[in-house]
Design a protein around this ligand. Sequence first.
Ligand SMILES: [Zn+2]
Length: 278
Amino acid sequence: MKYFTFGMETMRITQDYNGKASHYNHSHGSPKDYPIDVAGVDGGQSAYFATVDMKVTAIKGVGNSSTNTIWLESTEKVTTPTFNDFVWITLTHWNDGSKTAKYKVGDVIKKGDIIAYEGTDGASANHLHLVCGKGHSNNWVKNSKGSWVIKGDSLPPEEVMYIDPKFTKIVDNKNLKFKEVPKEEPKEDKTEAFFPKKGYFSLGDNHKNIGKIAEFMYKTFPSYTNKKALGNYYGPYLQSSIKEFQKRAKAEKKYDAEIDGNVGPKTLKALKKYGFKE
Ligand SMILES: [Zn+2]
């Protein structure tokens, strides 16, 4: 997994998410979002770069009265200061005719490429209005305070983005406490193994995945699964249900191993053919 970082070479926040100029109703209504206005090195048009590969999920406002806004989400899960997941960002106020206006939904903007330059579409001075969050987003929604906020799980930017001090110089952070990107590589997200160390489930074991299997058997094969098989304990009722399953699956050529009443990788594969989900 990669760290997710802020994408401008200079961070000069001109309004934080509680700003009375225009953001207060965003972060105090329902639903809420947490916009910051970012300007670059001066009053001109600094660029906002993709810091990981990001896919365009929506682009609105070009050539109409809505304020130009682009929605993007990371193509992979990333590591942020508070979570590991997909991240979305929106950038608003770039101008018609700028490079951003040419992007299409589905385009992937590669790490290091420019997403947008500051602009004045719907604004009086060059800047970008930046909103970010966890998961996915591709739209606006009007909140209880009458503000159009970004739909989705918006979070304060300091919870979503690290600062890479080798890339970004902070000139004004409006006292938002951004963390610096850690020096060590982020840990890989280990998907928890389905089976315990021995590699399969058998009589006498106790595990939450046994509970899942038992529930699946009882729902899918009630004719030969006793209700007493339910629960996280691998008892004789579940064992006999699994034996019967193995026998029948073998007859239907969906299982080709021993009829032993244990659940290992081969039985798991067969269970999935009948709709079981890990
Ligand atoms: Zn703003």
